[in-house]
Write a protein that binds this ligand. Structure first.
Ligand code: UT7
Length: 353
């Protein structure tokens, strides 16, 4: 007798490995404090950041993405994926997308490969796209990478943004499985409000205003963020998205064992945790040593949190991100059963591939 769809276990995406990569060059707060109108104490107390890693001049987003992707594949016990999704705001080139060359460097050509550009929320959107590839049967194993080299678009003389952003990459592997399995991801909540496109932006370099110094000013050719306003939106939208996805799953805040929020600012993490009524020791923090790495922030925060205090069978993990657009998104990761990470997900020891 052939199985009906009701007999078939529901196909779902299951998270089975993580990896990350920071550039080798670590920059403490003293460096910007020596050079800019800022000081170590301001940076530490207003952001929680003590250091960040910056890419070498020849190091591009794809280089970090390949290194993180390779680690995530190894960590999940495989060496290839049949789709690669890269979330980034700093692609190697305007055209083509960064994912196809990343996929080619990681394995045989032919894998589906595309970019997702949702600024710092990109990783959660990429996860949703990857889960869709799996549940629709397009792919069985998807490598999802968040990678950004913000130092290429942030003006090094801009004291607000130069102290906040760092470069890096993080990745996870999703495989086809069942919704009842450890590591199944979902539900999701994704949202946006494009009336605030100017709040986090690089004005020039696109089809509206080319990055021609004769037409676009220095400021228009660099990353700009209205920090204080963004802060307020970040707190409200991340807390709202977290509640929405929990309600969708029929869970409460008390059911969350680990909260992995976008790593923009330690004060935002604390404020959101307080707003939700979540003890801060359940929050993963990675921003102190990596700064805000954009789309790359969530997977290494998850992996390092797992490395320092192993997730237990049955734990529920909430991933929530916020970024330019404005955009936001959350995803629940139920009972993840991640392989142990023998070393912190991020380190810059080995040469760039
Ligand atoms: O990843 C995507 C989403 N991004 C975010 O969620 C980031 C959200 N925003 C933030 O994290 C914070 O707003 C920042 C870290 C960017 C700024 O911190 P803040 O506490 O909100 O500072 P502020 O903008 O309220 O500025 C306070 C003062 C200002 O001076 P006045 O006007 O009070 O005289 C700034 O000019 O601090 C000044 N300031 C600095 N002072 C020393 C701004 N940057 C610096 C600096 N050093 N690096």
């Amino acid at each position: 007798m052939s199985a009906t769809s009701a007999d078939r276990p529901e196909r779902a995406a299951v998270l089975c490995g993580t990896g990350g990569r920071l550039p080798r060059r670590k920059v403490g707060n003293d460096e910007p404090a020596d050079r800019l109108d800022t000081d170590e104490a301001w940076i530490r107390t207003r952001t929680g950041i003590r250091s960040r890693h910056l890419a070498a001049p020849e190091e591009a987003t794809s280089d970090l993405a390949v290194a993180a992707g390779r680690r995530a594949l190894a960590n999940s016990g495989t060496d290839r994926a049949d789709a690669v999704v890269v979330a980034t705001t700093t692609p190697d080139r305007t055209c083509p997308a960064t994912a196809p060359p990343v996929a080619a460097r990681l394995g045989p050509t032919g894998a589906a490969a595309f970019d997702v550009g949702v600024v710092c929320t990109g990783f959660v959107h990429a996860l949703a796209a990857a889960a869709g590839l799996i549940t629709t049967g397009v792919a069985h194993r998807v490598l999802v990478i968040g990678a950004d080299v913000y130092s290429r678009i942030v003006d090094a003389e801009d004291r607000q943004n130069a102290v906040v952003f760092g470069d890096g990459a993080g990745a996870v592997v999703l495989r086809a499985g069942r919704a009842s399995e450890p590591g199944a991801i979902g539900p999701f909540d994704l949202g946006g409000d494009g009336t605030h496109e100017d709040m986090i932006t690089v004005v020039a370099g696109g089809s509206r205003l080319p990055a021609d110094p004769a037409r676009a000013s220095h400021a228009e050719r660099h990353f700009a963020m209205r920090g204080k306003e963004v802060y307020r939106h970040a707190v409200a939208r991340t807390a709202g998205s977290a509640r929405t996805v929990l309600a969708r799953a029929g869970l409460g805040v008390e059911d969350v064992d680990r909260f992995v929020l976008h790593q923009a600012n330690l004060r935002i993490l604390r404020t959101v945790a307080t707003d939700l009524g979540l003890p801060f020791d359940r929050c993963a923090t990675h921003v102190e040593t990596a700064g805000n790495t954009g789309a790359a922030a969530i997977p290494p925060a998850l992996a390092d949190s797992h490395a320092s205090r192993a997730l237990q069978p049955g734990d529920r993990v909430l991933l929530t991100a916020f970024g330019g657009g404005l955009t936001w998104g959350s995803c629940l990761l139920t009972r993840p059963s991640l392989p142990p990470t023998p070393e912190p997900a991020h380190h810059g020891g080995e040469p760039t591939p």
